[in-house]
Design a protein around this ligand. Structure first.
Ligand code: FB9
Length: 486
């Protein structure tokens, strides 16, 4: 859209009507091919000179859906039915199949057709397709009841539409003499020298369209930075599909454990199974599960390889920790601090704070003679850096850690104690079959990303940060994420 044309159209309109009700519709009116952002840019620059005033309006507009646009071309379903009818008529079933359930009903109510010997035949000499007429007119002029009907029939849909109401600014009458823009051409042909040219250096430029980091990723980066600052290295978590072996068996979680049931775990139909673990290792896992060993009684049941080979969506990133610890054992143990932050999937009942997936944050420390004290110390430092320096531990149970502790913290923003996560020392039945030296202890803890993000951004429903009903403006305008450590 050329600036000069835009200016002349703008002042012509404002001279005539004093205002422009809807900048978006007006833009299309003066140049249907115009790019709305250019129009906003031009309006903003005149606003910056107080030549015009802009009022930002965010509205819901009724617009024609794709189905509605098809009615404008091919007529309403009932009209299509009427127009296709021949003397020998058509069966109601075919009419439904071809023109949808409402066509027959509406055509009949309008007296256009009738049923004779089970066949639909024309009744009216001619018809007026009022639906098509209505939809080709100005929808805002339609009576609400009819409009609701057309919305139900999906001819009309509501669209969020933002636009500006434009009116004259206090500098409006002084405009013509001042030039608002210095264009490349003016610089090339020095025509700017003869213009009286006032630059408003305080004018805010047009905010360029840009990407916005999702709040979850903002919090994720904060957590990542804390782990890296504490000397942890990130584990590769790209494989959402895991098999039961690494997700459960390697973690000494028995095969009859409820978490391994359909009601908690998503099983993959195809490929149904995988076997990416050594048979020797699997044999040791089988042993420790079924008859124990390493001083353990085991779970005393008949461990089945086929159960371990079942592919699932991982239920925790601890499966990745298992893979990394096994690799550490195979490649010659050396002390390590690992972390992971990625998606895990649980076939749980959905509610305001639970979806079928969330991001698990996990820290793992593997070293000689690590104690529960070390774990408590590291977890305390971790949460201190998240602004929570008053935490408590409560004994808990996990199939793969003993002892285990739930972590609670006094949340400064919520002014109450919240559950922060879970933790524990990995069981020898998990580490020794891997080949981890028996003087090595591995401690770990886990939490989610969604809970701290919801608290940080004051959200009470997880759907505000995940899924198709999130409000894009929230993504655009949410503040940066800083966890200030005391
Ligand atoms: O995130 C959780 N709470 C939380 C965390 C941080 C926070 O604010 C930060 C300081 C700024 C506020 C709240 N939870 C864990 C606690 C609850 O929300 C809990 O109801 C829900 N939990 C999830 C699992 O739900 C079934 C959160 C998720 C969770 C729980 C446990 C682990 C991981 C995620 C674990 C583990 C683990 C244990 C031992 C060894 C290795 C890993």
């Amino acid at each position: 859209m050329n600036k000069e044309i835009f200016n002349s159209k703008l002042f012509e309109k404002l001279d005539k009507d004093n205002s422009i009700e809807n900048s978006r519709e007006w833009g299309i009116e003066i140049d249907p091919t115009s790019n709305y952002n250019d129009i906003v840019g031009f309006l903003k620059s005149w606003e910056s000179l107080n030549t015009i005033q802009l009022e930002y309006i965010d509205s819901i507009q009724n617009c024609l859906s794709e189905v509605g646009k098809d009615v404008l071309i091919n007529g309403s379903p009932e009209a299509k039915l009427y127009n296709i009818l021949t003397a020998e008529g058509m069966s109601p079933a075919d009419a439904n199949k071809q023109f949808g359930a409402t066509a027959f009903g509406s055509a009949k109510n309008k007296g256009w057709i009738e049923v004779k010997q089970g066949k639909i035949v024309k009744k009216a000499e001619s018809i007026i397709d009022t639906v098509k007429q209505d939809l080709s007119g100005d929808l805002s002029k339609l009576d609400n009841k009819i409009l609701d009907q057309y919305k139900k029939s999906r001819f009309v849909e509501e669209k969020k539409m933002s636009y500006y109401r434009v009116s004259k600014g206090e500098q409006y009458n002084k405009r013509s003499k001042e030039l608002s823009d210095l264009t490349v051409e003016m610089l090339k042909d020095d025509s700017w020298e003869k213009e009286n040219y006032k630059v408003n250096i305080n004018a805010m430029g047009v905010v360029p369209e840009q990407g916005y980091r999702h709040p979850l990723n903002k919090v994720k980066n904060e957590f990542k930075q804390i782990f890296l600052d504490m000397g942890f290295e990130e584990m590769p978590t790209f494989n959402f599909v895991e098999n039961g072996f690494w997700n459960f068996d390697a973690l000494f979680q028995p095969q009859q454990h409820p978490a391994r049931e359909l009601q908690d775990t998503f099983f993959i139909k195809d490929p149904k199974t995988s076997h990416d673990f050594s048979d020797e290792y699997a044999e040791r896992v089988k042993q420790v599960h079924s008859v124990g060993g390493y001083g353990s009684l085991g779970w005393v049941y008949d461990w089945k390889l086929e159960e371990a080979e079942k592919n699932i969506l991982r239920t925790h990133t601890t499966a990745v920790s298992a893979r990394m610890l096994y690799k550490l054992a195979q490649n010659g143990f050396k002390p390590k601090k690992y972390f992971s932050i990625d998606r895990v999937f649980r076939n749980e009942t959905l509610d305001a704070t639970h979806l079928a997936e969330f991001h698990q944050v996990e820290g793992v420390i593997a070293d000689v003679d690590i104690s529960l004290g070390h774990l408590i110390g590291v977890i305390s430092e971790f949460f201190k850096r998240l602004g929570i320096d008053n935490i408590r531990f409560k004994p808990a149970f996990n199939p793969y850690t003993e002892p285990s502790m739930e972590i609670f913290g006094y949340h400064p923003m919520l002014k109450r104690w919240v559950e922060l996560g879970n933790s524990g020392i990995f069981r020898p039945e998990l580490l020794l079959p891997m080949g981890i030296p028996d003087n090595v202890r591995v401690a770990a803890w886990g939490l989610s990303l969604e809970r701290p993000t919801m608290i940080k951004y004051g959200l009470d429903n997880i759907r505000a940060i995940f899924g198709n009903s999130i409000n894009v403006n929230f993504i655009k305008n949410n503040p940066i994420c800083m966890f200030e450590s005391k």
